[in-house]
Ligand binder design. Structure first.
Ligand code: N01
Length: 558
């Protein structure tokens, strides 16, 4: 369909599209490629200055992905054949290069518009189309709106007292300067010890004059076991079908990796056997100690305790100073939360950083931040520390924040933000009632945070593309889930064979006992709820496919 000559409110020409995709990360590019192949007139818009979604924004020192090669890449169009990673866990610059490679291979850029923010989208009942406005003043009307904004599109800055008083350099990790920062010889503070904080700390610790970490909750980090990859060996693995095998298998595992939970529960093994099993997982590196361990790790506190104790002993042995050791790696008696119910992150030399004399850590649960000052940060004990640079590694309004920050109004004129203000409602984690022809992936009530990104992006991506095709081929103007289907969005667990709703399912795990972004608990005032589908990818795919196979049961068509 050619652009129409209508004039929008901003006096810019109003364009008509079959589909507008928001976000140029893994999800958005996948949608663009396949919808375009099917003949749709489609564009991607993204507020970033380049491709890669979160990997355009996440350019803080040491940022790299926690999924090992070849998990964090597309499995489509033989893209892997002509691409070689240099490290087992790729860094952000290499991830960006990968996106540029994919762009060239699939000729994507001609349909991608960067540095444009979608500010609003309103469904027009008369035309059955979405009216979308961009930050540039442009307007677009489209039949389908596909939100590929990821789970971390809205960063979070806590309302610290005096925040605007600080005269030094201050950045959030997700808004880091694209041309970097010189940390050499500087007095630096890092607030937050999630994945972003841990990676920043271990990267800058050796070059700063002085580093102070403000930690509220210890991160139960796992060894990354980073290695350089040999291109010849990678070629061999591609040629002998290993990559293809991994790509197939990742669709069949709970979390979309090339490993899966063990068939055993913790109680099946003696303490000695447990220890030997844990050693193997630990040595394997990556998320194996989390997502390839006993299948009741996230259900049974007793099993969980054995994992925590193993982690604690391993980690405490690496930190020399007893005070710092107790802060970063508490013993089981003082454990901050059950293991794995808050996202562990992978580290390379994180714990050794605390053995440096120029690095200190403050437990802000005991000694909270009182106020930011012109020169630094004052804590509750009255001590003011001076800094040249403060890094806020304080996370995101995760999963829902990136969606509801866009002013999206559905068929009944109610905004998505209002609809989800007291809790999130979706069908299959990809659609929500009264927002016809609108789909989202890697969002709430899908496997999102419990899944390797590219795996679930391809699976949900295919489902959404099929739903769009079904609607189009059947000459329907709209597809919209019913309120009943979203109310009944069942989330059975593959562990216990019990069928429960999202919240009920979550209640049988150890997740609700932990304050984490998985539960929306990191943002003051945000409803506390299970934001992710915890039944695992195979079950999720089966259920979504059943809906499609039954002619999109649970959806209405107009
Ligand atoms: O954010 P986080 P992140 N006062 O929410 C602390 C993915 N990711 O950007 O734990 C003081 O995990 C907060 O403390 P607490 C990955 O999925 C992946 O690090 O709430 N501190 C916490 O320590 C990850 O899980 C990669 O008590 C405050 C930190 O800030 C997700 O993104 C790399 C505070 C926030 O940690 C988010 O990671 C980066 C306050 N008021 C990100 N508020 C890789 O793949 C919050 N904090 C490697």
């Amino acid at each position: 369909m050619a652009p129409s000559a209508d004039i929008s409110n901003g006096n810019a020409p109003k364009r008509s599209l079959d589909a507008l995709i928001v976000g140029a990360g893994f999800g958005g590019l996948y949608q663009l490629h396949y919808l375009r192949k099917l003949g749709y007139n489609v564009k991607v818009v993204d507020n970033a200055g380049g491709l890669g979604g979160i990997w355009w924004w996440n350019c803080y020192p040491g940022a790299r992905v926690d999924s090992d090669v070849p998990m964090y890449e597309y499995s489509i169009e033989n893209l892997h054949k002509d691409w070689t990673w240099s490290e087992r866990f790729p860094s952000w610059p290499e991830l960006r290069e990968y996106f540029n490679y994919v762009d060239k291979k699939l000729d994507l850029s001609k349909d991608i518009e960067l540095r444009k923010t979608v500010t609003s989208a309103e469904f027009d009942v008369d035309s059955s189309r979405w009216n979308v406005k961009l930050s540039t003043g442009e307007a677009i009307d489209c039949k389908f709106l596909v939100l590929c904004t990821g789970f971390a599109a809205k960063h979070y800055v806590p309302p610290f007292q005096g925040l605007d008083k600080f005269k030094g350099v201050m950045h959030h990790t997700a808004k880091f300067p694209q041309d970097g920062l010189d940390f050499k010889g500087k007095k630096v503070a890092v607030i937050g010890t999630g994945a972003s904080g841990v990676q920043t700390i271990q990267e800058v610790g050796h070059e700063v004059a002085d580093l102070t970490v403000f930690q509220r909750t210890p991160n139960l980090c796992l060894p990354m076991n980073q290695t350089k990859l040999d291109p010849k060996e990678e070629d061999r693995l591609k040629e002998n079908g290993t990559y293809d095998k991994h790509f197939k298998y990742r669709r069949e595992t709970f979390a979309g990796f090339h490993f899966d939970f063990n068939e055993k529960v913790g109680a099946d093994d003696t303490p000695e056997q447990q220890k030997a099993f844990y050693e193997t997982l630990w040595g394997g590196g990556g998320f194996r100690f989390w997502l390839a361990t006993y299948k009741d790790l996230l259900f049974d506190k007793k099993t969980n305790d054995t994992a925590y104790e193993f982690w604690s002993e391993k980690t405490r042995a690496r930190v020399n100073d007893p005070r710092k050791r107790d802060i970063v790696a508490p013993t089981l008696e003082n454990q901050p939360h059950t293991f794995g119910t808050k996202r562990p992150c992978l580290e390379q030399r994180y714990y050794e950083v605390y053995n440096q004399d120029n690095v200190d850590i403050i437990n802000i649960k005991e000694n909270p931040i009182d106020t930011f000052t012109e020169k630094g940060i004052r804590t509750a004990d009255g001590k003011e520390r001076e800094f040249d640079i403060i890094i806020l590694a304080t996370g995101f309004d995760s999963v829902t924040g990136g969606l509801v920050q866009i002013d999206i109004k559905g068929a009944d004129g109610v905004s998505l933000a209002d609809k989800w203000s007291k809790g999130t409602w979706t069908f299959l984690g990809m659609s929500t009632a009264n927002f016809p022809n609108m789909f989202f992936l890697y969002g709430p009530q899908g496997p999102t945070a419990f899944a390797n990104g590219p795996t679930i992006v391809e699976l949900q991506g295919d489902w959404i593309i099929d739903a769009i095709e079904y609607t189009t081929k059947n000459n329907k103007k709209t597809i919209d889930p019913t309120a009943q289907s979203e109310a009944g969005w069942q989330v059975p667990t593959s562990f216990c064979g019990v069928t429960k709703h999202v919240a009920e399912l979550s209640d049988i795990t150890l997740f609700p006992g932990t304050d984490s972004w998985y539960m929306g608990a990191n943002i003051p005032g945000k409803p506390r709820e299970a934001l992710n589908y915890s039944g695992g990818i195979p079950r999720y795919v089966r259920e979504s496919q059943e809906v499609a196979d039954k002619g999109y049961a649970g959806f209405t068509f107009d």
